[in-house]
Design a protein around this ligand. Structure first.
Ligand code: GTP
Ligand code: MG
Length: 345
């Protein structure tokens, strides 16, 4: 049954853990000039470069922030060499700069909001899903993450006056759960022509994490001539989680994930687009993935996401979305439903 309740206070929640909150970090705008490579560092030949890459250090900034002891350990280098590399990286890395609040406000003025066409969700988000932002949707199996991805892909093609972006969507599918039939149902739910909607959603299946990262470059290449307004990665973390197993791989995985997130955020900034990534919660506590109530991906993802939405199932077929960690909105919850036609109040 439909509910108009925007608060979940009276809804029985099956799963009401409260993810730990962390302050998001505003990333400095990306520079266009190409960054020097790790090979450009004094004292780094091909062999050392390979060691560094294998340990997950593929950019200067990642090296610049290390301590000599940790870098020596992780990349299996002597400490004197590590010290030299770090000091070189500090000089050459693009640390980013300061911009005036006025310039930032100017950029914020360009931000658009994509309507979910569900009043309670839009209200929770202060009007909709913002461009120039990375939105992370996380929750357990079947909590509805992929449904949100499908619905927003459809909505992105709606005209501006109907809350859409009249835009093209790139959808990176890592779990083989993209369903054109579902897009068609949701398109019909908005009175849209399913074929036209499908023609604007560009889907690629990512076979592993390296392929997933390459597909972001492919989006950059393909986006010319298109009005790219949304990039979806469903799921952001599943390949990384499956491939980088054990404590020894943690640093490597986090470096790669960080690189991937920076590339995605750059797409969001350059195209004034919205990036939506899905993520799971830990299914069971273990040394690698930790607390079962938290989204996976750790601090890297927590810091990269502008908004985090935590999805849960409630009794009676209802769903709850909780806004966590917004830079400019109060945390809160809303209730909605998943129907044959798509998400509804
Ligand atoms: P994982 O990817 O497995 O982690 O799950 P998820 O969070 O992506 O879940 P997903 O978005 O795939 O949600 C699946 C749920 O959406 C199903 O259990 C259904 O409850 C609901 N759903 C999917 N399609 C339909 C539909 O056509 N009609 C209705 N009413 N519900 C649907
Ligand atoms: Mg899914």
């Amino acid at each position: 049954m439909a509910t108009k309740s925007k608060k979940a206070a009276k809804v029985e929640i099956e799963n009401n853990e409260d993810p730990k909150e962390e302050a998001p970090v505003l990333m400095p705008p990306e520079e266009d000039a190409p960054e020097p490579l790790i090979e450009d560092l004094p004292g780094v030949g091909p062999a050392t470069a390979e060691k560094l890459r294998e340990a997950g250090f593929d950019e200067l900034l990642a090296l610049a922030v290390m301590s000599p002891g940790d870098l020596a350990d992780q990349a299996e280098l002597g400490e004197a060499v590590a010290t030299k590399i770090i000091s070189g990286a500090k000089k050459m890395a693009n640390i980013g700069g300061f911009v005036s609040g006025e310039a930032l406000l100017e950029r914020r003025r360009e931000v658009l909001k994509l309507s979910s066409k569900v009043e309670s969700i839009d209200d929770l988000l202060g009007g909709g899903f913002e461009t120039q932002a990375l939105v992370e949707v996380y929750g357990a199996f079947g909590s509805g993450k992929t449904q949100i991805g499908h619905q927003l892909a459809v909505n992105c093609t709606l005209p501006m006056e109907e809350g859409g972006f009249d835009g093209d969507v790139f959808y990176i599918d890592t779990e083989d759960t993209f369903r054109p039939e579902r897009i068609s149902q949701m398109a019909r739910g908005h009175g849209l022509d399913p074929e036209q909607v499908l023609s604007r959603i560009h889907v690629a299946r990512a076979y592993n994490s390296a392929h997933q990262m390459l597909l972001v470059d492919e989006i950059k290449r393909m986006s010319k001539g298109l009005n790219v307004k949304m990039i979806i990665v469903d799921s952001l973390t599943s390949h990384f989680r499956a491939e980088f197993i054990g404590r020894g791989m943690l640093a490597n995985r986090q470096q790669k994930l960080n690189r991937h997130l920076k590339d995605l955020k750059q797409l969001a900034d350059v195209n004034n687009a919205l990036v939506l990534v899905t993520n799971q919660v830990h299914s069971k506590p273990d040394a690698m993935w930790g607390d079962p109530t938290k989204p996976i991906g750790g601090h890297v993802l927590a810091h990269a996401s502008t908004f985090r939405l935590y999805l849960r199932k409630a009794k009676g077929g209802r769903r709850i979305a909780r806004l966590v960690d917004s830079p400019n909105l109060p945390d809160g919850e809303c209730v909605y439903q998943v129907t044959q036609e798509g998400l509804r109040d």
